[in-house]
Design a protein around this ligand. Structure first.
Ligand code: NAD
Ligand code: UGA
Length: 423
């Protein structure tokens, strides 16, 4: 078993640290946020992630998992240092590498000779050289091990990945990194760093494209009177297409697809390739939010000015508390810009959000509402008492941007119902 440092205790870093300790390694995980480290030391989670707290406790109690804000100390004893800091979107679309460079500068002087630094953050093609330059250590090797976990199922995805990708310049480094995952059964793709980095962007861009494609098919269904739910069923049985990631919705969001699609366009541009198809995917994703807003306006007779809109769901998808680049928030802002009072409920959100009234329960959000918009697919919304919902509302209208609810049941109760591509 190996000694690991994990730099950054966010969604990826914390999952990596906790799961690597679960696999038997000794892990020291750091973050710049003292509050976050204090929480983790008291075995509390900074995020909402199934299964994580149990493994956090197990690892800490077994003495294999520790936390601090001290990058130098973490690096000093590490055979492998995983970089898991954020790579947000920079002003011109490219990935902002400043957090990676800063972290590399902080650990550089302290790394043991012969140790390996592994980037798990999503970084532009060629970034191992950026890390090498920031480390200023010719006796340390830098490699890439992109992460494919999803928020909401991070622990499961880490421990049961569809594949493990390792990008290393030499075979011996690749073998050492792959040995860290010996207890995980998954196909291993060993390649060079630029290819590993490209695989990560290609996956996220392809998945975003798939969602935008199905959203376009849903728009077509509305125009021709077809039902997208049946269309998806018919498409999904073809194993070349598959039924996963074909749910129409308000458009994709979250901390990664938006920034990674923008970054890939930029990477391509710098390399002299115009990634037109991906530009179209991004544009249609922006339209998708507008389409939900247009449906909402139609359902209340053309204008939301001075009207109350109930909004169920604020996170970018269910099973996470992450609000980064959430389509639900975009829709809320577009509606408030048009004069609506938006009353929102989300099971993970209690903090105030500018311009929105945050409600304690889904019924309270519906009080006096002219329309209810379902923006995140929280399962609990399906099981509510819709007679009670109707009684709260000024007019019984539903725009279901996740095709979550049962149209026949709602129409039977007197609601007007609009889904995405649903007749
Ligand atoms: P995050 O913002 O949740 O976490 C990053 C953490 O790093 C923060 O807590 C921050 O305080 C800490 N940090 C920043 N600089 C530091 C430093 N110098 N030393 C120590 N800690 C530092 O980000 P995330 O969602 O975990 O994403 C991290 C990377 O992984 C990104 O490149 C992202 O694209 C990629 N990724 C994310 C996911 C996901 O589901 N969120 C999945 C796969 C890949
Ligand atoms: C995504 C990828 O699925 C992960 O493999 C990847 O590691 C991660 O990005 C990353 O690089 O950060 P995540 O952002 O957690 O994971 O969320 P997804 O479940 O992929 O959903 C992304 C967006 O697409 C959400 O807004 C979701 O609502 C939307 N979506 C997804 C749909 O609208 N329809 C679908 O069928 C699937």
């Amino acid at each position: 078993m190996s000694r690991l440092a994990v730099i950054g205790a966010g969604y990826v870093g914390l999952t990596t640290a906790v799961c690597m300790a679960h696999l038997g390694h000794d892990v020291h995980c750091t973050d710049v946020s003292e509050d976050r480290i204090a929480m983790l030391r008291s075995q509390e989670l900074p995020n909402h992630e199934k299964g994580l707290v149990e493994l956090l406790r197990q690892g800490t109690e077994a003495g294999r998992l520790s936390f601090s804000t001290d990058n130098a100390a973490a690096a000093r004893s590490a055979e492998f240092t995983f970089l898991c800091v954020q790579t947000p979107q920079g002003s011109d679309g490219r990935a902002d590498m400043s957090y990676i460079e800063q972290a590399a500068r902080e650990i550089g002087p302290h790394l043991p000779s012969g140790s390996i630094v592994v980037s798990k953050s999503t970084v532009p093609v060629g970034s191992t050289h950026v890390v090498e330059r920031a480390l200023e250590r010719s006796d340390v090797t830098v490699a890439s091990n992109p992460e494919f976990l999803r928020e909401g199922s991070a622990v499961h995805d880490f421990l049961h990945p569809d594949r493990i990708v390792i990008g290393a310049a030499d075979e011996s480094t690749a073998i050492k990194i792959s040995a860290l995952f010996l207890r995980i059964s998954a196909p291993l793709v060993v390649t060079d760093p630029p290819t590993a980095e490209t695989i990560k962007y290609a996956c996220n861009a392809f998945l975003a494209t798939k969602v935008s494609f199905v959203n376009a098919i849903a728009a077509l269904c509305e125009a021709v009177g077809a039902d997208v739910r049946q269309v998806i069923l018919g498409m999904g049985y073809d194993p070349r297409i598959g039924s996963e990631f074909l749910r129409p919705g308000p458009g994709w969001g979250g901390s990664c697809f938006p920034k990674d699609t923008a970054a890939l366009i930029r990477i391509a541009e710098n390399a002299g390739y115009d990634f037109g198809i991906l530009k179209g995917v991004i544009a249609s994703n922006e339209d998708q939010r507008q389409r939900v807003v247009a449906k909402t306006l139609r359902s209340v007779g053309g204008s939301v000015a001075g009207k109350t809109v109930a909004l169920w769901g604020l996170t970018f998808k269910a099973l996470t508390d992450d609000l980064r680049d959430s389509p639900a928030l975009d829709i809320a802002r577009l509606l408030t810009d048009k004069g609506a009072l938006v009353q929102a409920y989300d099971p993970t959100v209690t903090q105030p959000i500018d311009g929105l009234a945050i409600c304690e329960d889904p019924y309270a959000a519906c009080a006096g509402a002219a329309v209810l918009v379902v923006a995140t697919e929280w399962d609990e919304f399906r099981w509510l008492d819709f007679t009670k919902v109707r009684e709260q509302m000024a007019t019984p209208a539903v725009v279901d941007a996740r095709n979550l609810l049962e149209p026949a049941m709602l129409r039977h109760l007197g609601f007007t119902y609009e889904g995405i591509g649903v007749i």
